[in-house]
Design a protein around this ligand. Structure first.
Ligand SMILES: Nc1ncnc2c1ncn2[C@@H]1O[C@H](COP(=O)(O)OP(=O)(O)O)[C@@H](O)[C@H]1O
Ligand SMILES: [Mg+2]
Length: 273
């Protein structure tokens, strides 16, 4: 059963929902730099001169080896951290801190273990005083990720893949303009991962929420992304941005293999050949 057909790369189309005037990026990262002080006191450049525009409705993958600054970049976009150099703007305004319009999904283990699945999804709505008016959203977003019937379960009673689906439902229930996903499938086996990738694509097709997905998986980056941002480490920089134009999402097509070869080469997996 394939429920995923993405015909057009959103990067080539007009914004899907008109929330932001056509052509204007919803998010702009301009010449951003971030350093950290190491334990020996020396400075480490986690990000150097990173610039990226994200258009409304895009699904962007960010790929690169461990330590190249992917999480650092996503945290800056979320407003969980501030850059030393450069600027970030969202919907035309500077990013100045966390904002419910930018939802965040962590790699794993972000659910509250003492709350049920349904209470976990409701939590941010309650915290924002929106639960009374959006109570029905909790059930509907859980249904969207295929978890109807598990509302009363606790996190320890469900699988890792289901827990990530709860985390995604929780983020979506906040109705964010942008969903930031930091390796949400990184800890899952390949079958569970493929299932979650398809669900994420379904959600993206349905809501056209702008998504920025961090991954270290080449296939995942191609399968999900309209564009793939390739990062390299020491210092963390954007090496290149590759447009993905696949007529259908098919992991075993020749087109897919061509993109895989292209990305692996750009990521220097061909060293020594
Ligand atoms: N708060 C921090 N303090 C010190 N070093 C950090 C901090 N956050 C990240 N770093 C360092 O910055 C580099 C990039 O980290 P990160 O953004 O987590 O990479 P990635 O997500 O691509 O694996 C790593 O070398 C990491 O050790
Ligand atoms: Mg990371």
């Amino acid at each position: 059963m394939s429920h995923v057909v993405v015909g057009v790369a959103a990067s080539d189309t007009e914004p899907a929902d008109g929330r932001v005037a056509s052509g204007k990026p919803i998010l702009s990262v301009e010449h951003v730099g971030r350093t950290f002080r190491k334990t020996d006191g020396s400075l480490f450049t986690a990000l150097e001169d990173v610039s990226l525009d994200v258009r409304p409705g895009e699904l962007i993958s960010i790929i690169g080896p461990s330590g190249c600054g992917k999480t650092t970049l996503l945290r800056l976009i979320a407003g969980l951290d501030t850059p030393e150099k450069g600027t970030l703007s969202f919907d035309g305004e500077p990013v100045q801190g966390p904002d419910p319009r930018r939802g965040y999904v962590f790699q794993q283990g972000s659910l509250f273990p003492w709350l049920t699945v349904e209470q976990n999804v409701a939590f941010p709505l309650k915290a924002r005083g929106l639960y009374a008016s959006r109570r029905d959203d909790v059930k509907s977003y859980l249904a969207q990720v295929g978890l109807t019937g598990f509302e009363k379960a606790y996190p320890h009673q469900i699988s890792g893949g289901m827990a990530q689906r709860v985390a995604i439902a929780r983020a979506l229930a906040g109705r964010p303009d942008v969903l930031l996903l930091d390796e949400p499938m990184g800890a899952l086996d390949s079958f569970t991962r493929a299932d979650l990738q398809d669900r994420l694509l379904d959600l993206w097709e349905q809501f056209r929420t702008t998504m920025i997905l961090v991954t270290h998986d080449v296939d995942e980056a191609i399968y999900l992304g309209n564009r793939v941002v390739i990062m390299t480490p020491r210092p963390g920089r954007i090496k290149e941005i590759v447009d993905i134009d696949l007529p259908t999402r098919d992991r075993i097509s020749d087109d897919f293999s061509d993109y895989r070869r292209l990305l692996l080469t750009k990521l220097d997996f061909d060293r020594g050949h």
